[in-house]
Design a protein around this ligand. Structure first.
Ligand code: HEC
Length: 173
């Protein structure tokens, strides 16, 4: 357990060290607030991904149906507008359906790069307007055949490889 946290901390330091703006810092060892934000990111990741699979399995039968991707963008907007957290659905395939999902800033680009190389997650703590935020990204693989119905390019993706990512920005409180 002790070594696991040392690894997480080392990863944070490396991730924070190589990212540029806005101002970022790494969570101090045993920084309880950063640990809480990370736990929230992991909980949200399970929640959103499980819900996407349930929706796609049960409610999506043809490409004209409302995609979980679209429904969840609406959900992410509500969470952002209410000030809870921000989530960005990112493309890692090079052929996004929506260009808004192309990785934009330094963090998103570096996170997608690391995730494409097989990282299970990528994180940094950044400071904006005097407030700390944990930025935490996780992989999105092609979890079911149905994904290919709308994303034709996913059929060439190696099994389990990330074709996208979810990037969370969570207030450190
Ligand atoms: C019914 C069609 C449909 C299905 C099925 C579908 N998607 Fe999507 N997906 C979309 C649409 C439409 C968008 C763009 C949403 C937006 O406006 O940001 C999208 C966006 C994405 C993105 C962001 C990059 C991009 O292309 O814009 C990822 C990653 C993604 N989907 C993964 C998946 C995965 C994994 C599955 C299978 C669980 C899946 N999708 C199933 C329609 C679909």
């Amino acid at each position: 357990m002790k070594y696991r946290w040392m690894f997480v901390l080392a990863f944070t330091v490396v991730a924070a060290g190589i990212c540029s703006s806005p101002v970022q810092s790494q969570g101090k060892k045993g920084d309880a607030a950063v640990n809480r934000a990370r736990k929230q990111a992991l909980m949200l990741d399970d929640l959103y991904k499980t819900a996407v699979v349930i929706v796609t399995t049960n409610y999506v039968t043809e490409s004209a149906d409302l995609a979980a991707g679209d429904a969840f963008q609406a959900l992410f907007k509500v969470m952002k507008d209410k000030g809870y957290h921000e989530v960005r659905l990112l493309d890692a395939s090079g052929e996004p359906i929506d260009d808004d999902n192309i990785p934009k800033d330094g963090f998103e680009k570096k996170a997608v790069e690391a995730i494409k190389k097989g990282a299970a997650n990528y994180e940094q703590v950044m400071v904006k307007d005097g407030k700390r935020y944990l930025q935490y990204a996780t992989p999105v693989p092609v979890v079911m055949e149905k994904c290919i119905m709308c994303h034709d390019n996913y059929k060439d993706a190696p099994k389990g490889a990330a074709i996208g990512a979810l990037s969370y920005t969570i207030p450190v409180e």
